[in-house]
Design a protein around this ligand. Structure first.
Ligand code: IVH
Length: 669
């Protein structure tokens, strides 16, 4: 039990130290010493203490990794010294020239280099003062970058405070933010499930994430960083780049384990050849090798041009490209009904694999590149996991090539394939389309949606193939005989699955909305819609404008909902689910009593709600809105330009909520 402020302060410091130590073991060294539960306990204790003593919260506390959303655009900041980029070389000859130039300028016969992998992400600069992270910025144009501190703080391998094992204290360190391959793939799978566009490659994913507006979103994405340069370290005597990297490692950063010291160009080339074969085994993408003069004094003597340092250069591995012929263009249909044109290629060997297909993304892309069936094209497998068509070799055209037109109907079920406003993709509007069905069923039963245990992809696949399930609603008509006949299972397992199906009927509106898999409608929007409307019928009556007026429901989501609910088949699906007894309202018992008996007064204007909307919400949750403040008022909700009510509420000691606080209160439901 903590007694005094002094004791609390001490314990807070102790906890931070301990958490930092375990963060490093876990996120940087990959050698955790305690289990997640123990870690959570430390964090919980720290949070409790900080809540009790908010004046003790510092920006480097481990609790401050996820800052609240900052709606302003990123601020432009100037780098301490310009962030130069590296000059590139593409073959051994060019690298030898670099080495000869370095030797000539330094007047030496040989030089020691540090060889490093060139991570394919985006460069950032991290500024520390008195060991505490002050600012993290993108490279920008090299002179000015964008302040993305809040987002970078969510990356666990960036220490918020430098460890005391280092002599470094006031520094600027630079590194590459990247997304590991496994995390990238998992994230893309998740995006596909949510009906969102997957990222083309880990670099795009990292770059897109780092400039997200909401640090909460960033925190959920698997970003990491590898630090490669100490650009500023006044007062600390360091002789080599290698020593700098050692010191950064001690400070708590992840520094690549794969860097090596070599002397002379021959060893440098060996390193390059070695990694050309090994790079595909790494859990992140690299687009080359960086070679750096190790001695800092030599670096200084070599200096830099306006763009590049003269003491370092990048060696870029060639992107593997080949020409082949497009035999046909196929159209595939994904879970959210998205139609993707795929080039069926005359098979070619590209970096060790046979490539016979390449995504053409969408009709705009086909038009832009003027890709026709029968064309000879250049295909490439660079960072991208899926091979890309780089360009058409138009000289090879002989008049037999055919212009491709994207079908206006779904190639699987024949329904309309519509192109939503502002979207490049065409989508099949039929939720029962067999191409979408299996995955939709799986999604319906998934933990986030209706949570039907035992109804996995294998079983669902068989049920669909046997024709036992043709729509989500058919799940609720399944019997034991059907289950046992498609998959050999014990009586008890079948009974358990049927029980889980029955129980899922009570999940409530938010999960139903989510389970329907409407494009752009994920968990958060489903919750908002459910809470706002209360029943499916009301949602079905809403038009686009009305939906857009709801806080956090943008035009894209609104349009997608309307388009989904306009389709007769989707309406029929909802009707059948209702008939089956699937609950289409919010669980009144739990949620709607959140504000039972509470009295509210509203004053000033709110950004996200009209007065009426706010009042309706309060009432839906069981609260009451009155016009004047009295001793029995529980909450005063204040918007901008509040009147005298605020003073009165303060005098009476009534809880005052700003818009965020109000939203937060509702969110608890
Ligand atoms: S050194 C003055 N080392 O590649 C120091 N850069 O154009 C310059 N990169 O902007 C950078 N891995 O974002 C360096 N091991 C590495 C690197 C690396 C990736 C990026 C960095 C830079 C770009 C070069």
């Amino acid at each position: 039990m903590v007694e005094s402020v002094e004791e609390a302060k001490e314990r807070i410091a102790e906890l931070r130290e301990e958490i930092r130590y375990h963060d490093r073991k876990y996120y940087v060294e990959d050698h955790p010493e305690i289990d997640d539960h123990e870690y959570d306990m430390l964090m919980a204790e720290l949070k409790t203490l900080e809540e009790k003593y908010p004046e003790q919260i510092t920006s480097d506390s481990p609790t401050q990794r996820i800052a609240p959303m900052d709606t302003a655009r990123f601020q432009a900041v100037e780098h301490k010294t310009p962030m130069l980029s590296l000059d590139n070389t593409y073959n051994h000859g060019e690298l030898r020239e670099f080495h000869e130039r370095v030797c000539r300028l330094l007047g030496v016969d040989d030089v020691e280099y540090v060889m490093e992998l060139k991570m394919d992400g985006l460069g950032v600069a991290l500024l520390y003062e008195n060991r505490v992270l002050q600012r993290g910025a993108t490279r920008g144009d090299g002179v000015m970058g964008e302040d993305i501190t809040a987002n970078l703080k969510t990356i666990r391998s960036i220490p918020l405070k430098l460890s005391d094992q280092t002599v470094l204290s006031n520094i600027e360190a630079r590194g590459e933010v990247y997304m590991p391959r496994d995390g990238f793939e998992a994230m893309n799978e998740e995006r596909l499930k949510e009906g969102e566009e997957p990222f083309a490659n880990p670099r795009n994913a990292a770059a897109g994430t780092v400039r997200q507006k909401d640090p909460k979103v960033v925190a959920q994405r698997p970003l990491d960083i590898s630090v490669y340069h100490l650009s500023h370290h006044p007062g600390v005597e360091l002789k080599t780049h290698w020593e700098c990297m050692d010191e950064l490692r001690k400070a708590g950063f992840r520094v690549s384990e794969n860097m090596t010291k070599v002397s002379g160009i021959r060893e440098a080339l060996e390193y390059i050849d070695l990694w050309e074969n090994k790079k595909d085994e790494l859990n992140y993408e690299i687009d080359g090798i960086v070679i750096k003069v190790n001695d800092l004094e030599q670096q200084e003597r070599l200096g830099a041009t306006s763009k590049h340092p003269r003491w370092a250069i990048a060696y870029k591995y060639p992107a593997v490209r080949k020409t082949t012929v497009i035999n046909d263009i196929d159209v595939q249909v994904g879970r959210t009904g998205k139609l993707t044109p795929v080039a069926m290629l005359e098979p070619v060997q590209l970096s060790g694999t046979t490539v016979s297909r390449a995504s053409l993304h969408n009709e705009d892309e086909i038009e832009r590149k003027d890709v026709r069936v029968g064309d000879t094209v250049l295909v490439e497998k660079a960072g991208e996991i899926i091979p890309q068509v780089v360009k058409v070799i138009t000289e090879k055209r002989d008049g037999s090539q055919k212009i491709f037109e994207m079908p206006r109907e779904c190639p699987v079920c024949g329904s309309r394939a519509a192109r939503l406003e502002e979207e490049v993709a065409r989508r099949c509007v039929n939720a029962q389309c067999p191409a979408q069905l299996k995955e939709r069923l799986e999604y319906w039963g998934s933990r986030d949606a209706m949570d039907i245990e035992g109804l996995g992809p294998k079983l669902l696949g068989k049920l669909v193939d046997k024709g036992a399930v043709r729509s989500i609603a058919d799940i609720y008509r399944l019997g034991k005989i059907q289950l046992v006949s498609v998959e050999r299972m014990a009586d008890k397992s079948a009974r358990n699955i049927l029980k889980a199906i029955q129980e899922s009927k009570e999940q409530g509106l938010a999960r139903v909305i989510q389970g329907l898999g409407i494009k752009y409608v994920g968990k958060r929007s489903a919750d908002i819609l459910a809470r706002h409307y209360g029943t499916m019928d009301r949602i079905m009556e809403a038009d686009k404008n009305e939906l857009e007026d709801i806080h956090e429901i943008g035009p894209k989501i609104a349009e997608s909902i309307v388009s989904f609910l306009e389709d007769e088949r989707n309406i029929e699906l909802i009707e059948r689910l209702k008939e089956a007894g699937v609950r289409m309202d919010v669980g009144v018992d739990e949620v709607l009593t959140l504000l039972e008996g509470k009295k509210f007064v509203l004053t000033g204007s709110l950004d996200g709600y009209t007065r009426d909307q706010a009042a309706q919400l309060i009432e839906r949750y069981g609260g009451r809105v009155t016009s004047s403040i009295s001793g029995s008022t529980d909450y005063l909700v204040v918007g901008s330009k509040p009147g005298s009510k605020l003073d009165k509420a303060k005098k009476l000691g009534i809880t005052v909520l700003d818009e965020d606080g109000f939203r937060h209160l509702l969110d608890q439901g």
